[in-house]
Design a protein around this ligand. Sequence first.
Ligand SMILES: Cc1ncc(COP(=O)(O)O)c(C=O)c1O
Length: 380
Amino acid sequence: MFDFDLPLERRGTWSTRWERYPGDVIPLWVADTDFCAPPAVLAALSRRLAHGVLGYSVPPAELRAALIERLQRLYGWRVAPDWVVFVSGVVPGLHLAARHLLRPDQHILVPTPVYHHLKRAAVLAGREHAEVPLVLSSGRWVFDEDRLQDALRPHSRLLMLCNPQNPGGTIFTRAELTRLAGFAEKHDLLICSDEIHADILLDQGKPHVPIASVSREASRRTVTLISPNKAFGFPGAGCAFAIIEDAELRRAFSADHHATVHDPSVFGYEASLAAYRDCGDWLVAQLAYLRGNRDLVEREVAAMPGLKMAHVEATYLAWIDASGLGVPDPQQYFLERGVALSPGAQFGAPGFVRLNFGTQRALLAKALERMKNSSAQKST
Ligand SMILES: Cc1ncc(COP(=O)(O)O)c(C=O)c1O
């Protein structure tokens, strides 16, 4: 019904991913997909364009209601309408959290490897931070309680979380999140949880659990950042939500609103509402396609000398340990051989590369073939 194999030309469309590397390079770096957005999203945007007026707009009450209904239905998480703050993206939300939820002399815990903005938010906010290395346990990247404890300082106030984990691909379990929330409670830490990948679940039977939903206490100390833009293929339209129960935290988080931080655009509102209301079938179909891509990547990488990766439970990102390749800069090595990956250093692990498999399978297979030849060259 939906054709994810359809090749689409993205060069010349201002695509971040496709414009950076000219020539015969397959770009599998920045995290967007090469698929058309769902038909219902495109139809909603077309209706808005046909109306013709693109004036200032307020957050639509029906979008707030659709979001709340969805959180209740998927996670049994009851969110009151006034807990929802509309933001133009999850990244601004991360930066607002680091700037406004804690005092300048307080400290942030940042897991690594992690999507670079979780750390960047702390750095640009001028807050001290400590990195908490995740560990690979039974093939999953997870928190280690001793390392969390070691990273803790007397002035620690905020714990950053990325769930599902980018780049590790972990879907944290309810038990893991309950323990993490218990740690936060014990040490009076707030939690900023980036859950943008919550809808990109590849392993069936492993549900996403919002950390704020594990207990009343977790809800009171958490800012949850979510957005349909990643899963439903419209990150260029931009729209996200911060869910904050505590009124004081909400007020602090919102300090820059309508000043340095703009509201989402009318296109973001339209796309989000259509995604939540009308795109369930499309999402299921996309996940089935991505699961096939994930399986292909895992199979191929397992056969490449010098490379290894953990199983990807969620996201369309593969976190590949290339340290066995014996090259100083694996991202550069593959780039010179026609595949642009994200450098692991960006996430805090220079021996790694991150591969975005949100693309047509034929193109992915071609990129993997190039990688296989490159790694075989190195091992001979
Ligand atoms: C974990 C994570 N958070 C946030 C973002 C970007 O969020 P936004 O486009 O809503 O600012 C990304 C994009 O790759 C991401 O992987």
